[in-house]
Design a protein around this ligand. Structure first.
Ligand code: ATP
Ligand code: MG
Length: 199
């Protein structure tokens, strides 16, 4: 990312272990609804909330996201958290992006499940200052509590009951990932032997 960010920049963070079409439908619809120049899929280095389980190495998760957004206009994998190393805090990422792109307006895309967790975020006030939230619906997640004090908009997407947790379980017992994960990403998962070979 050396070039100009565009004035309206979407930031969509996740563990992406692995990325799936739910993520991509969220990203393209957030981009469309808000008129964003680009949406960065920011791959968490160490997702500090997920220490209960072993996470796939960050370079592999990043490469699979890159494969997933190949030829997708306006979507881009971002290694900003992977390159920073250590635990991944959104506040640090927004700080870094606002320094890198001083003219950009930042939009933080999150699913409805994440919207309910914002209070627990590291330096939550900084996140609130630096970005407008774009909340997308997610099946099984009830309407979120009011986001008072936040700049926030909702974007309605077709409900896709897909999660990385379920995909890992599918792969572990030999069920296919096809059509739930974009095809170039499935191919890379197979090549690298990730997720039990990504059958
Ligand atoms: P896991 O099951 O491991 O938590 P996940 O599918 O929730 O994986 P994450 O990487 O945790 O994926 O999520 C990244 C972001 O994408 C979060 O903001 C999450 O709310 C959102 N998201 C994930 N899946 C969907 C979906 N099916 N529909 C809408 N948003 C989603
Ligand atoms: Mg999740």
């Amino acid at each position: 990312m050396g070039e100009a960010a565009g004035r309206r920049l979407g930031v969509f963070g996740g563990t992406f272990d692995p990325v799936h079409v739910g993520h991509l439908v969220a990203a393209v619809n957030a981009r469309h609804a808000l008129g964003l120049d680009r949406v960065l899929l920011v791959v968490a280095n160490q997702p500090w909330q997920k220490h209960a389980r072993a996470v796939t190495p960050a370079p592999d998760r990043f490469a699979v996201v890159e494969a997933a957004v190949t030829n997708m206009e306006g979507l881009e994998a971002s290694a900003v958290e992977v390159e920073r190393g250590g635990p991944s805090y959104t506040a640090d990422t927004l700080d870094e992006l606002s320094r890198r792109y001083p003219d950009a307006e930042l939009f933080l895309v999150i699913g409805a499940d994440v919207a309910d967790e914002l209070d627990s975020w590291e330096r939550m006030e900084a996140v609130r200052e630096l970005a407008t939230l774009v909340v997308v619906n997610r099946p099984g997640v009830r309407p979120t509590k009011p986001l008072s004090g936040w700049k926030a908009v909702s974007v309605e997407i077709p409900g896709l009951d897909i999660s990385s947790t379920d995909l890992r379980a599918r792969a572990a017992n030999g069920r296919p990932l096809d059509f739930l994960v974009p095809e170039p990403a499935v191919r890379l998962i197979r090549q690298r032997g990730l997720y039990a070979g990504g059958r």
